[in-house]
Design a protein around this ligand. Structure first.
Ligand SMILES: Cc1ncc(C[n+]2csc(CCOP(=O)(O)OP(=O)(O)O)c2C)c(N)n1
Length: 683
């Protein structure tokens, strides 16, 4: 079959092998251009899968581009969600959406999110991005087809690194057990993943023998030979022998662009304009991709995004945004750097072992060994296998090791939650979990990669300590402490994006004890405008209100305190609750009692911090009888969205301006109440 008109059953268009190869090449050109316009994304894997994409979407799969949700269509499931641009281009080249719209890739509110969301793009079958789940979804879709007597096929595209996820093999078993000959797995065997070669990170081969032994039909092909690709897909589609089929496609990561080919570094990197021009020239596409038109489309959309975001921002007498004026300058650095620094400094301790989960450079855990190659023997690459690695960390800790692992916050706290709960926390083992790239800091990757719920689970686990340091300096101090001075399960959350540095070596730091931060006077440097002391040693100045914050919301809370002073003359007690568990109840209770207004600020779904603070206030006999007005700033029960991290701060309404606005509303209530009481008293 091919692209068909589902109303008439007629073939709308049938591409020849040569035409398909040509289309795949053109799709590569669009891919590079859209990635360049986005400024982030995955070049290597989108290029390696493009021939298969063209063959599937333009020839083999039954699709009606005019009706992408036509019931009889074949289902193409992208388990490998980071290759979303290839999926989008497959749909666009088939005619299901406009090609130029793919240039809106990774922009705020765009349908073309960093990872596919099926509710935004008709024809994207499922939402994916967390690797290893797609084949299970395909099994479900295929089972539904059998139950409903339908003949469509479920094609599932995966990566070879992705085969390291145990979830894949559960689905492999299920498909064979249920004799799902309507399932076709396609593995993009480009032999690379993020941390390097698949066989070094965690060998998965021989994949053919593995799939065979699980009862699958297996084909191994050259994934860039269009004839072989089409033949294999058509054969798999025509299989009715009661067995699922896998096509192991040998490919080249970065295919078609010499400087990207076979280079692991191009996994999650995009070309700049010069590299794009070079790439297009190598693909023979100069003048064949409307680069300027695509860029202009992206730029015009972005201008609209910025206008909408600006309209959402609370307005004050002037712009208080970071580094917008000559005074109050702040330096920024990603908090993740502090984690790496600590591992590098403390890594000589022979008890420390670090587990790599194929995102090691980016989250800085590889700093453990980069300058100290002798530590490589204590570096354990576990591949993309968060669940098994978590339980293995418990095993290492049981035998006396200090086991440290980390990955994206959501894969470090949610993917492996049961392993954390039972193997790590119930066993009370000395395991350090790094929830890296927390909150909005992986912005353009979109919802699947934004850890916005992790702290609910982590704070809810008995025995688990939870730390959310406010900046790079505090992240270093916190890691130093957790690594060598704290024994037991611990979770540290830090971010990818550069955030303001608001503390120094001299700033007090005590694990489990909050700091009070007070705005004193406008200064050249933001950091000098504030005084920070341990909450336990702070004497009340009878401030008007308190803001309790953690992580990168602490700098926002400080900026809010500055805005509140300049705009309304309010004095604010900012509480940096860098340790969420153990929780410094005393600091919160005092703030509530002494100021009467408490705003919480978290870069997370509202509640991880807000509900703990509320529970502390409402549960404390010390506050009984004292009216306390509370408000919460955080993400309001919604999934994330692609967008630059600072755009998301505005979109989710968690900026200093939003904190100040909320504080202003609460202060108005406090003042009205005060005035009423005064009026009553004077009667
Ligand atoms: C559960 C999960 N863990 C980690 C990641 C982060 N991640 C994104 S792509 C990738 C490497 C994928 O390698 P592979 O499957 O070989 O894909 P390819 O090299 O073809 O891009 C990783 C670890 C993720 N998306 N999901």
């Amino acid at each position: 079959m091919a692209l068909i008109d589902s109303k008439t059953g007629q073939i709308a268009k049938r591409y020849t092998i040569e035409e398909l190869a040509e289309q795949a090449n053109l799709m590569r050109g669009y891919d590079l251009t859209c990635l360049c316009a986005a400024g982030s994304g995955h070049s290597g894997g989108t290029l390696s899968i493009m021939d298969i994409t063209a063959a599937l979407y333009l020839r083999v799969a039954n699709l009606d581009p005019k009706d992408p949700l036509w019931e009889g269509r074949d289902r193409v499931i992208w388990s490998t969600g980071h290759k979303a641009p290839s999926l989008y281009l497959g749909l666009a080249f088939a005619g299901a959406c406009e090609k130029k719209d793919v240039a809106l890739l990774r922009k705020l509110s765009s349908p073309f999110q960093g990872h596919p969301h099926w509710l935004k793009v008709p024809g994207a079958e499922v939402s994916s991005g967390s690797l290893g789940q797609g084949l299970s979804v395909a099994v479900g879709i295929a089972l539904a087809a059998k139950l409903n007597g339908k003949t469509y096929r479920a094609f599932c595209i995966m990566g070879d690194g992705e085969q390291q996820e145990g979830n894949v093999w559960e689905a492999v078993m299920e498909a064979a057990h249920y004799k799902l000959d309507n399932v076709v797995g396609i593995v993009d065997c480009n032999r690379l993943q993020i941390d390097g070669a698949v066989h070094d990170v965690m060998n998965v081969e021989p994949l053919d023998e593995k799939y065979l032994s699980f009862g699958w039909n297996v084909m191994r092909i050259n994934g860039h030979d269009m004839q072989q690709v089409v033949d294999a897909l058509e054969r798999a589609k025509g299989t009715h022998n009661g067995k699922p089929t896998v096509i192991l496609a040998d490919t080249v990561k970065g295919k078609g662009v010499s400087f990207m080919e076979d280079v692991a570094g191009w996994h999650g990197k995009t070309p700049n304009k010069e590299e794009l021009d070079k790439g297009l020239a190598e693909l023979g596409l100069v003048g064949k991709v409307p680069v300027e038109e695509l860029f202009a489309h992206a730029k015009a959309y972005q201008a609209e995004v910025e206008k909408k975001l600006d309209a959402k921002m609370p307005k004050f007498s002037r712009d208080y945004w970071w580094n917008k004026s000559d005074a109050m300058k702040v330096a920024m650095k990603p908090t993740r750097v502090g984690f790496g620094q600590s591992l590098q400094e403390n890594g000589d301790d022979e008890r420390i072992v670090c587990l790599g989960l194929d995102i090691s450079g980016s989250i800085t855990i590889s700093d453990f060994y980069t300058k100290n190659p002798d530590r490589k023997k204590r570096w354990l690459s576990m591949g993309i296998a968060e669940q098994s690695a978590t339980a293995a960390a418990a095993g290492l800790a049981k035998e006396g090791k200090i086991a440290v692992f980390g990955t994206y916050g959501t894969f470090a706290a949610a993917r492996n939650l049961d392993q954390l709960r039972v193997s790590v926390c119930y066993g009370n083992f000395n395991v350090m979990v790094a929830g890296a790239h927390g909150g909005v800091s992986v912005g353009p990757d979109g919802a699947t990669h934004q850890a916005l719920e992790d702290l609910f689970a982590m704070c809810g686990l008995p025995n688990m300590s939870v730390a959310v340091p406010c900046d790079v300096v505090e992240t270093k101090k916190m890691t130093d402490f957790l690594l060598l001075k704290h024994v037991g399960p611990k979770f540290i959350r830090f971010a990818r994006e550069a955030t303001p540095i608001v503390s120094s070596e001299k700033t007090p730091f005590e694990f489990g004890k909050a700091n009070v931060i007070r705005f004193r006077k406008e200064s050249e440097n933001f950091i000098d405008a504030f005084e920070t002391v341990l909450a336990s040693g702070y004497a009340s100045e009878h401030e008007d209100l308190s803001i309790v914050a953690c992580g990168p919301m602490v700098p926002e809370a400080m900026r809010a305190a500055y805005i509140l002073k300049k705009e309304f003359g309010y004095e604010t007690r900012v509480i940096n609750l860098h340790t969420m568990k153990p929780f410094d109840e005393e600091a919160v209770i005092r703030a509530a009692k002494e100021t009467g207004v408490v705003v919480t600020a978290e870069e997370h779904q509202i509640g991880a911090l807000a509900w703990r603070v509320s529970a502390a206030i409402t549960g404390s006999p010390k506050v009984y009888g004292t009216p306390v007005i509370t408000g919460a700033i955080g993400v309001k029960d919604r999934f994330g969205d692609s967008g630059a991290p600072w755009e998301l701060i505005k979109e989710f309404e968690v900026s200093a301006e939003h904190i100040a606005q909320k504080a202003g509303e609460l202060m108005a209530i406090k003042e009205r109440k005060g005035a009423r009481e005064e009026a009553l008293a004077s009667r």
